[in-house]
Write a protein that binds this ligand. Sequence first.
Ligand SMILES: [Ca+2]
Ligand SMILES: [Ca+2]
Length: 178
Amino acid sequence: MRRRAVIMVAGLLLAGAARAEEDALAEEMARNPARFEARAIDLIAGFGGPGGLRLEGIEAHVALERAGARASAMRRFLAMDLDADGSVDRNELATVQHAASAQGRGRMERQFAAADADGDAVVDAGEMAAAGAAAGLAALGEEEAGLLRAMLRLDANGDGALSVAEVSAAVARASDAT
Ligand SMILES: [Ca+2]
Ligand SMILES: [Ca+2]
């Protein structure tokens, strides 16, 4: 009995999440239809196959964006690892800061402090990876990823792929409605 209630609640929550995603999609479309359409068409061109954009294409886009931001963040720390032992300590930070602009010094200080999760004045390999992961999520967050995945709701003929025609039709419908 209780289990059934749990399953029902879980089902309601899932339905709620799907609705929230749908609302977010409609909102995004209404906010700036032309920009939404352009972005969707770019995604289809960049990550879609012959039939259009599938979920795998969206996931590839999300992963690529995050990997780029992750690599940039990790590269900054790797460039400070002067003795190549896989971690950055305060001495290394100070040496690198010495050669940087005043603005750069402040930024490095903030990045170092933010990455040093355990506060031991060393950014170790695990903390570098975590800083990279955080930068990836900051570049393309879960909310935005959910919105991109929700674009597949515009797949009007239900073949699992979103075409330019389907996007344009959905945007036209949304514009008519407002
Ligand atoms: Ca080092
Ligand atoms: Ca640390």
